[in-house]
Design a protein around this ligand. Sequence first.
Ligand code: MG
Ligand code: ZN
Length: 223
Amino acid sequence: MHNRITIVENILSANDRIAAENNSLLDKEKVFSLNIMASPGAGKTSLIEHTIKLLSPEFRIAVIDGDIATSFDADRAAAAGASAVQINTGGDCHLDAVMIQNALQNIDLKDTDLLIVENVGNLICPASFQLGTHKNILIASIPEGDDKPYKYPSMYRGIQALVLNKMDLLPYITFDLARFYKGVEILNPGIITFPTSCHTKEGLEPWIEWIRQQLIKHYGSKC
Ligand code: MG
Ligand code: ZN
C-alpha cells in the first residue's frame, strides 16, 4: 500500500543512493566539499565570496549555486575567483543529489580541491536532502533571532559546523546568545561554531583555518 509517508521515504532513499555516488566521485577526485545552507539573507553568498578570496591562493575552488531563479550568486562566486556552476531549480526550494550529480559533470574535478555548494535559502527541506558533500554547514545570523534552533531542529541536528553571521549587528538587535547556544547544544552537542561578520570580517580566520584543516585531514597536502 502506498501512503504519503512511503512515497516520501522512497524519494529520500533514492536521493541518498545518488548522494553516496556523488560522495565516492568527490573522494576519488580528492575534492573536499561543503553544503552551505541558511535562510535567505543570512549571508551565504557573502561568506562564500570571502572564503574564495581567502583560500583561492592555496586551493582551486569550484562553486555550485542553487537558486530558484537568477545567476547573481554564481556571478559573484566567479568574480571572487572560483569556477561557478548555476543550478536554477525552477521553483524547487532545495537542491537534491541528482541536481548535484548533473552539475558535477560541468566541473573539472581534477582541477578542483574544494567544492562549495550554496543551497537554496530555506531552513526546512534542505535538511532532508543529502547531496553527497563531506560536511553540512548552516549559516545562522543575528537578525533571524535566537529562537531558530528551537523552531528548525532538523536543520540544526543535521550539520557538522555552524556559522553565526552578522555578529556586528548584536548591539542593535535583541538576540540572547546564551539562549541560542543552549538550543544548539541540546540538538547538536559539541558542534563547532564560528561567530563571524562578513561586514567587519571578524571571525573569518578561524572558519578559513577549519576548512584548511579539513582539506588536509581528508586528502593530505595536494598542492
Ligand atoms: Mg546567495
Ligand atoms: Zn524544498
